[in-house]
Structure formats: C-alpha cells, structure tokens
Write a protein that binds this ligand. Structure first.
Ligand SMILES: NC(=O)c1ccc[n+]([C@@H]2O[C@H](COP(=O)([O-])OP(=O)(O)OC[C@H]3O[C@@H](n4cnc5c(N)ncnc54)[C@H](O)[C@@H]3O)[C@@H](O)[C@H]2O)c1
Length: 264
C-alpha cells in the first residue's frame, strides 16, 4: 500500500449523483465529493432545475477546479435513465461511481392510499434504483471497476412510528436489491452498497417535522447521541467512504448513519 492518505481521493472518478438539488442531502453530498476531487454529473427531476442549478453554483463557488454538469432525469422512467447515463458519459467520461439519493416519501395509512400512489413510490424508490444501477453497471463492468452507493433508510429492516408502508417496503427493497446486485457484479470489480440514513433534519423530505417540536424532540431522544443528523456534516464521510477505494473490500452492505437509532 503506497499511500493510505489517498484512499478517499476521488480525483479521476466520474460520479453520477441523483437527488442533488438544493434542500436535500444530495446538495451536501455534491460539495463533499467535489472537495475530494470528483468530476460530477448531478441530476434531479426537471421541475427542480432551479434548485439543481443552485447546487452546481455552490460547487463551483467552493471548488473552482471541479468539472460539473447537470442533467434532468426522472429515475422511474427507463428511457430518461438511459439518456442520463449516456449524457453523463459523453460530457464527463464513463461513470465510475453512482451515488443515488433520489427518492420520495409517502405518509399515510395503507387503507386510504390509492394504488397509483403506492405504485409511484415503488416506481421511483425501488424500480428507479434498479434501472439506474443497471444502466451505470454496463460501463462499470466493461471497465472492470465501479462503486454504487444506493440510499435506503434506517427503516431498511425495521419500521418507524408513523404509517408509511409504501416507503418502508420500497426502501427495504433497495437494501436487498443492493445485496443482490453486489453478488452479481462483485466478481467483475463493481461494488454495490447502501446507505441507511437516520432522521436528517431539515431537508425537503423531513421539513414537515417543523410543525411539531414534540415529534422532533422524540426523534432526537430515540437516537443514542441525542440529536438528529445534520444534512451538511453527518452523511458526507459515510458517502465518501462507500464511494471511494477506502471501502474497496466492502460490498453488499447496508451502512447505518443514524446516531445509533437502529441499534436498540
Ligand atoms: N432526510 C432524511 O431524514 C432521510 C432519512 C432516511 C433516508 N433518506 C433518503 O435519502 C434520500 C434523500 O433524502 P432527502 O432528505 O434529501 O430528501 P429530498 O426530498 O430533499 O431529496 C430527494 C430528491 O429526490 C428527487 N426526486 C424525487 N422524485 C424523483 C424522480 N422521479 N426522479 C429523480 N429525482 C427525484 C427530489 O426532487 C429530491 O431532490 C432519499 O432517498 C430518502 O429516502 C432521507
């Protein structure tokens, strides 16, 4: 081993990052990966173009040398996903790292949820992950290397106090899909892991918690560290670890960054 300090270095890696708009975890992931030297293709749905541009601007202001490009994509749409991966490769070279944060939440009891709403959550969270993983893996397998980081939740194997069965089911699926693809692609040098964030606040997804200081306090108390995750500081190191060669012998894993919530 020549230099342990370079293990987190992402220079020379083309990272495709979804869910990258201002207001979410992906915004800070973009800043962290740029700091580590990555070339970035950031993506989100077309309706978030302004917020995605805000992430590009923030990266450019922070890291003047970073090559970054934005591409709109609905991850539940197969042809959109194929176009995203093709455009990413054309603009920045073949994708060697995927960090896939895009996802949606659906709060509410199963009885009363429309089939179309259930289907939308499964399409975006689970099928979208499958589509995107498959699309980037083609180039990675040809290159004989690659790292895929999917995003589940601390509810990958357990459930929480609020009825969100479509979300729980879709995110448990993301965790086991990651294990399945890790098994398929491991021999050819492509690793697939899964992040399991605890409650990170505030983001677009967790913003509704603002209406209830009592629920916020309950969730903080449920962790071992007595606080919620900070979107700016508490996930970046875990993403960097899984994306980079620091985790070169780690695959098929679900890595919890939840302040200890899931451990008791
Ligand atoms: N914030 C948390 O506490 C928390 C906890 C556990 C897991 N997560 C997961 O982390 C990820 C990011 O969450 P966040 O808190 O930043 O939420 P967020 O809502 O801010 O980010 C999700 C992003 O996904 C994008 N998106 C939604 N539908 C899409 C589609 N069809 N195609 C492409 N992009 C689409 C949204 O526009 C948004 O930018 C999600 O997968 C979420 O489930 C978040």
């Amino acid at each position: 081993m020549d230099d342990y300090r370079s293990m987190f270095d992402l220079s020379g890696e083309t990272v495709l990052l979804t869910g990258a708009s201002r207001g979410g975890l992906g915004h800070f992931t973009a800043l962290a990966l740029a700091d580590l030297g990555a070339t970035l293709v950031v993506s989100d749905i077309a309706s978030r173009a302004e917020d995605l541009a805000a992430t590009v601007k923030a990266v450019e202001e922070r890291c003047h040398d970073t090559q970054i490009s934005a591409v709109a994509c609905d991850v539940s749409n197969s042809s959109d996903v194929d176009a995203l991966v093709q455009q990413a490769s054309e603009r920045m070279g073949s994708v060697s790292v995927l960090v896939h944060h895009a996802g949606v939440m659906l709060r509410g009891p199963a009885i009363g949820t429309e089939l179309s709403d259930w289907q939308r959550v499964i399409d975006i969270n689970l099928t979208g992950t499958w589509l995107l993983n498959r699309a980037v893996a083609v180039g990675m397998l040809a290159a004989g290397r690659g790292s895929i980081v999917n995003t589940s939740t601390l509810y990958a194997q357990i459930v929480g106090p609020i009825p969100e069965s479509a979300y729980y089911a879709s995110k448990a699926g993301v965790a086991n899909l990651s294990r399945g693809l890790a098994m398929e692609w491991g021999p050819q040098g492509v690793r697939v892991n899964c992040l399991a964030p605890g409650v990170f606040y505030p983001t677009e997804m967790t913003a509704p918690l603002a209406a209830s200081p009592e629920r916020l306090a309950q969730r903080s108390a449920r962790t071992m560290v007595g606080r919620l995750g900070d979107p700016e500081a508490d996930l970046a190191g875990v993403v960097a670890f899984l994306a980079s060669s620091a985790s070169r012998y780690v695959t098929g894993q679900v890595l919890y960054a939840d302040g200890g919530w899931s451990a008791w």
